[in-house]
Design a protein around this ligand. Structure first.
Ligand SMILES: Nc1ncnc2c1ncn2[C@@H]1O[C@H](COP(=O)(O)OP(=O)(O)OP(=O)(O)O)[C@@H](O)[C@H]1O
Ligand SMILES: [Mg+2]
Length: 433
């Protein structure tokens, strides 16, 4: 045993001072010089050799070098072989260790194997057995290295895939948002265009304006201004969504929205000669939702109700206040019913219910599950983008509301929107933000 303090680190011979990368590195740990040297002679042509004469020196080498296999004497003065094994595995978990034993108990050997020694050889060792044990350990090390590399590559690949998926999802969301802006702006634009045409007709041949002309023009201009503001609001809302910007909770009075909806829907080209009625809340209340969003939800539902059949039918909008939360167990999805956003729904009384009821043909059971999917439409590419209900669904989810659809073939459909009611905003303005 060499007892030279500090721990003696026996450096590799000069010819292997700069180990080439792919040759395995073998650490020989024995406190007796004889076995150390003979092991070096046996392996010097096959591996880069590092030698240590005690535990601390071995651990230091393992910290400084990438060692593949260690041949370790169990019985050493100072730190025992078992303890060195434990620490080596701690410093370099992938390191393979072949233990050299003289008269050890099975207990010691069991302990060594539990500490993940890969083999043990009796001392004095037989050269071919020792060669086979080290070669085997080197192979294990290479295989484990490969497995580790593959696992790392796989993980890298998975991360890349995940990144790409997120990128794609973001691009898709962005695409849907742009499409939604165009979809939503189309409604107010149609109204603006209709009003501008009316003004043109009225003004086209006039050489001078009568008082009632002026009143007519002022009235139409007010609507146009409102619709232009609406367009600006819509694009602002979506663009702020793209920037992930969140405003503080907005609040809007329901009756103001229902009144605006009435004005808008009456002049909408989809109205045709359908019967149309709006019934306000007996006592006005507000909801936590942006006014533009709520109008958009209700307008989409109303226009769908107008368009559900070409023949004249009636469309009724009604606001109601409920003084109790919904009993969600009553709402079962069925071929005639769908309840949306149950998971997110803030089911708190008082609840405000706004229903959009039509006496159209109803929704066939095979179509009902699809109506909220983006781009699903039965109206043909020229008449429907299939985005309306998808937008409705998204806005309701954001507002933590719920939407129930009940439909009966030949009798019509009711879309009922539920939102928690809150006191009116102090100014009772349309959009308090
Ligand atoms: N009240 C209704 N009665 C019968 N079917 C309806 C009703 N509302 C929606 N649908 C069905 O749901 C489909 C999807 O509606 P959605 O509003 O998403 O798209 P769209 O109205 O077809 O097109 P867009 O709203 O983009 O102009 C409609 O094409 C229609 O088949
Ligand atoms: Mg629609």
């Amino acid at each position: 045993m060499s007892a030279v303090p500090p721990p003696e680190i026996l450096q590799p011979p000069p010819e292997s001072a700069v180990p080439s990368r792919r040759k395995g590195t073998l650490l020989i740990v024995d406190d007796e010089d004889g076995p150390r040297q003979s092991l070096r002679v046996i392996f010097k042509d096959d591996y880069e050799i590092l030698m240590a004469s005690d535990g601390p020196a071995a651990i230091q080498l393992a910290q400084q070098h990438k060692i593949d296999v260690a041949v370790l004497d169990v019985r050493m003065a100072g730190m025992s072989g078992i303890e060195v094994l434990e620490r080596l595995k701690y410093v370099a978990p992938a390191l393979e260790v072949v233990m050299m034993t003289a008269f050890e108990t099975t207990d010691t050997m069991r302990q060594a194997l539990r500490l993940r020694a890969c083999d043990y050889i009796n001392k004095p060792f037989d050269v071919s057995t020792m060669r086979a044990a080290v070669a085997n350990a080197m192979q294990r090390r290479t295989l484990e290295g490969e497995i580790h590399n593959n696992a790392e590559q796989l993980e890298h690949l998975l991360t890349e895939l995940q990144d790409q998926k997120i990128e794609e999802q973001m691009a898709q969301t962005r695409g849907e948002i742009y499409a939604s802006i165009i979809h939503d702006i189309n409604g107010p634009l149609t109204v603006i265009s209709g009003f501008v045409q009316l003004l043109n007709q009225r003004l086209g041949n006039a050489t001078r304006l009568e008082v009632e002309d002026l009143e007519f023009i002022k009235d139409r201009l007010k609507t146009i201004t409102r619709q232009v503001t609406n367009c600006i609001e819509i694009s602002r809302r979506y663009l702020s969504f793209l920037r992930r910007h969140t405003d503080e909770l907005p609040r809007v009075g329901l009756n103001q929205i229902l009144t605006d909806l009435g004005h808008l829907a009456r002049v909408h080209p989809g109205r045709q000669n359908h019967e149309f009625n709006v019934r306000l809340l007996p006592t006005d209340m507000a909801v936590h939702m942006n006014g533009t969003d709520l109008i958009q939800v209700l307008l989409n539902l109303t226009v769908n109700a107008f368009q559900c059949a070409p023949g004249a039918h009636s469309v009724d909008i009604e606001g109601q206040a409920l003084d109790h939360p919904l009993d969600l167990t009553v709402f079962k999805d069925s071929p005639q019913d769908r309840l949306l956003n149950v998971e997110n729904f803030q089911n708190l009384a008082p609840l405000l219910r706004v229903s959009v009821r039509d006496t159209g043909p109803g929704i066939p059971p095979e179509i009902l599950p699809k109506i909220f999917q983006p781009y699903f439409s039965t109206k043909g590419a020229r008449n429907g983008t299939g985005l309306g209900l998808n937008i409705v669904q998204r806005l309701i989810k954001e507002a933590k509301g719920a939407l129930h659809v009940h439909t009966e073939i030949g009798r019509g459909t009711v879309f009922a929107l539920y939102l928690p009611g809150v006191p009116l905003p102090p100014t009772a303005s349309q959009n308090s933000r």
